[in-house]
Design a protein around this ligand. Structure first.
Ligand code: PLP
Length: 352
């Protein structure tokens, strides 16, 4: 068999490691587990899984439209936001078109683009933050998509509302700007973009959100795009039927109503953020200020070695060599107990 040329350049995805018995702080999941209301709903609908799910995901889209003050036509549900990225590329990228993003960011943007023969154009981060001016300079007549990640994975840094406004004003209307806000629920900065407010003026904007982080449903694979009805209909045209499964739809709807769980998850993250940053300072380690549920920390030695030693202490984290940061690790903010176990393992790793 002859594999398509474009697929030969796609590196395999490097997931966070799941090691039986170890605490997993490697994939930015919710340390509290799934939303209890979602779990209850899952038990209730278990007897319905002989049925296909609603292909239009209408009930979930209605609930999301209400949450965001929009219409269901503005929402596209996907098999994780990973699917939304692929749909954006499937809808707009022809072989040889260019796709712009940052050098150090989530790898699936390149995967989605390259799947359809897109060529990546990347700008370095500036002080760990998406450099929107540099990205705008990479956009030319061949560019079909721009991927922004806010807060950025793996740095946790963000760009503010005014920076997004300036950027959108510079981008031609036929280029889709995808703003991945997988971690936006955790952002505490007052000037974090209210990106939905730009939709009316910029119908070439697609915002992505997910149920994988704050709502604790990563294993069920539900994410969504927020965009103009036109973009939504283009994305739906490229979508595999029934890609969002029945338990995922039911659990996501229930999780949206679980305000108590959301409140608790945000409080645990906020506390953990304070505790971990104080610990990194005590250990003399530099880290980026985070608006997400993880930290990017410079450990000043091989991240793979540190990963191994932390694993010996019973915790998995993410070594960032695959992101081009050979001496940095990314760690999910866990529960207080998990954070303390991680710090003990890190301190031991650094002392050896
Ligand atoms: C920046 C970013 N976007 C999207 C995703 C994927 O989200 P989903 O689980 O909704 O596919 C991740 C997962 O880690 C992520 O870090």
């Amino acid at each position: 068999m002859r594999i398509r040329e474009t697929l030969k350049n796609i590196p395999p995805y490097v997931p966070g490691k799941l090691v039986p018995g170890a605490i997993k702080l490697a994939s930015n999941e919710n340390p509290l587990g799934p939303s209890p209301l979602a779990m209850q709903r899952l038990a209730e609908i278990a007897g319905q899984v002989h049925l296909y799910p609603d292909n239009g995901c209408l009930l979930l889209r209605e609930a999301l439209a209400q949450k965001h003050g929009l219409e269901p036509e503005n929402i596209v549900a996907g098999n994780g936001s990973d699917e939304i990225m692929c749909l954006a590329a499937a809808a707009y990228v022809n072989p040889g078109d260019t796709v712009v993003t940052a050098e150090t960011t989530f790898s699936n943007y390149a995967f989605a683009a390259q799947l359809f023969g897109g060529q990546m154009r990347r700008a370095p981060l500036r002080d760990g933050v998406f450099d929107l001016d540099a990205l705008a300079r990479l956009v030319d007549g061949k560019t079909r998509l721009v991927f922004l990640c806010n807060p950025n994975n793996p740095t946790g840094t963000y760009f503010p509302h005014t920076a997004l406004a300036d950027f959108l004003a510079k981008i031609p209307p036929e280029v889709l700007v995808v703003c991945d806000e997988a971690y936006a629920d955790y952002a505490e900065a007052q000037d974090f973009p209210g990106s939905i407010s730009f939709l009316a003026a910029f119908p070439n904007l697609l915002i992505m959100r997910t149920f994988s982080k704050l709502y604790g449903l990563a294993g069920l694979r539900v994410g969504y795009g927020i965009c103009s009805p036109e973009v939504a209909s283009h994305l739906r045209t490229a979508k595999v039927s029934f890609s969002v499964n029945l338990p995922g739809l039911a659990a996501a709807q229930a999780a949206l109503e679980d305000t108590e769980f959301v409140k608790k998850s945000l409080a645990v993250n906020s506390e953990g953020k304070k505790e971990l940053s104080a610990e990194f300072e005590r250990l003399g380690l530099s880290y980026y200020p985070t608006q997400a549920n993880f930290f990017c920390v410079n450990v000043k030695r091989s991240c793979h070695e540190v990963f191994q030693k932390i694993l010996e202490g019973g915790v998995t984290i993410r070594p960032l060599a695959s992101f081009g940061l050979e001496e940095s690790i990314r760690v999910t903010i866990g529960s207080q107990e998990q954070n303390r176990k991680f710090i003990a393992a890190l301190e031991k790793a650094l002392a050896e």
